[in-house]
Design a protein around this ligand. Structure first.
Ligand SMILES: C[S@@+](CC[C@H](N)C(=O)[O-])C[C@H]1O[C@@H](n2cnc3c(N)ncnc32)[C@H](O)[C@@H]1O
Length: 326
């Protein structure tokens, strides 16, 4: 029978004592508050607040259970290659959980315990979405750079759609490696650099402005403009001119589930467009460079490439096994 890995001071890695209101470090006298049942190991004000706003506003939109799809299920199991029957034996950590769509998949398809962190208050959306399985979920608001766990703790770590949104991709990879046991496995996916044209995209042209706008205001602008942008996007695709859609400041909606009705498709487009324009950091990477970040920090890379996990849906993935103790 597995136990949860105990929380430690994220900086000194010393043990903490739990009270009803906080986790306390008796050595440094620091207190880490528990708010809305979730321990908080980072400042509430941080660069990821737009994600907190996004995931609390669109809390259920990407849950397989609410949208009657298997997108998250397929992405989770195709990318990791993990066997749900075996996951119950392992200590598993999810980094950057957002509203918890993969948290849900893990908890619904395994008998295991899951540790999960996110820097933003999206953790509140995650807990709400997964409250039915919350006894098997150890959730905390914390940064990938200061995770409240001892080094060499986890057998499996997954981190999907997060690393490009952190200030230093390579430092984030090192943090994941630190928390993995020797012999443990890390699976990440991220925005790839596909070629010289990757950053010639309206999103990268507008982001210096849009990422500075208050989240509520940006969302209002997107809502106001979404209809004409979707119409032009669909028209260009119909005319087989998809290449020009990059000049419309809208998410790529060509790979959305075909089963969505008009209203659902519009809401998902609004959410994905906000997701594209609001984050403080957006640093796509070459797959070979990410593989090197792992191999030059004591890991063996078992896979690095593009994986198709659904019709028209692809992800850039690196899987690595930790070989040396941190
Ligand atoms: C695009 S969302 C992906 C969420 C989820 N993995 C999913 O695919 O639905 C990126 C998430 O990374 C989180 N994030 C960004 N920087 C982080 C950091 N330094 N530590 C932990 N989480 C971080 C954000 O708060 C956000 O929820």
């Amino acid at each position: 029978m597995q136990n949860f890995a105990p929380f430690v001071n994220p900086i000194t890695l010393t043990p903490l004592q739990k009270t009803d209101l906080f986790f306390e470090d008796y050595v440094t006298n620091e207190k880490f508050p528990i708010k809305k049942e979730i321990p908080r190991f980072c400042d509430e004000k941080n660069y990821s607040e737009s994600f907190g706003y996004q995931w609390n506003t669109f809390r259920e939109i990407q849950l397989d259970s609410k949208s009657d799809t298997d997108y998250s299920y397929r992405r989770f199991y195709t990318l990791t290659g993990w066997d749900p029957k075996k996951l119950g034996k392992y200590k598993v950590l999810e980094v950057g959980s957002g509203a918890g769509r993969f948290t849900e998949i893990f908890l619904n398809t395994t008998s295991g315990l899951l540790h999960s962190i996110d820097l933003s208050n999206a953790v509140e959306a995650n807990l709400e979405n997964n409250k039915i399985n919350s006894k098997r979920l150890s959730l905390a608001q914390a940064s990938i750079y200061e995770m409240p766990f001892k080094n060499n703790t986890f057998d499996k770590i997954f981190c999907f759609g997060v690393l490009q949104h952190t200030p230093s991709f390579s430092e984030s990879v090192i943090s994941l490696i630190n928390k993995t046991k020797v012999g443990g496995e890390i699976v990440v996916d991220f925005y790839p650099i596909k070629g010289w044209y990757t950053k010639i995209h309206s999103k990268y042209i507008l982001r210096p402005i849009t990422k500075r706008l208050p989240s509520k205001f940006l969302l209002r602008i997107i809502r106001f403009n979404i209809k004409w942008m979707m119409n032009i996007f669909d028209l260009l695709c119909f005319l087989k001119l998809k290449v020009f859609t990059r000049f419309i400041p809208i998410a790529d909606i060509s790979n959305f589930p075909t089963a969505l009705n008009v209203k659902e498709r519009k809401e998902l487009t609004i959410m994905d467009t906000f997701d594209a324009l609001s984050p403080t950091y957006d640093n796509p990477q070459r797959i070979k460079d990410v593989a090197k970040m792992f191999s030059s920090n004591g890991c063996e890379v078992s896979f690095a490439g593009i994986i198709k996990y659904h019709e028209n849906s692809y992800a850039a993935v690196v899987r690595a096994i930790k070989k040396t103790h941190t």
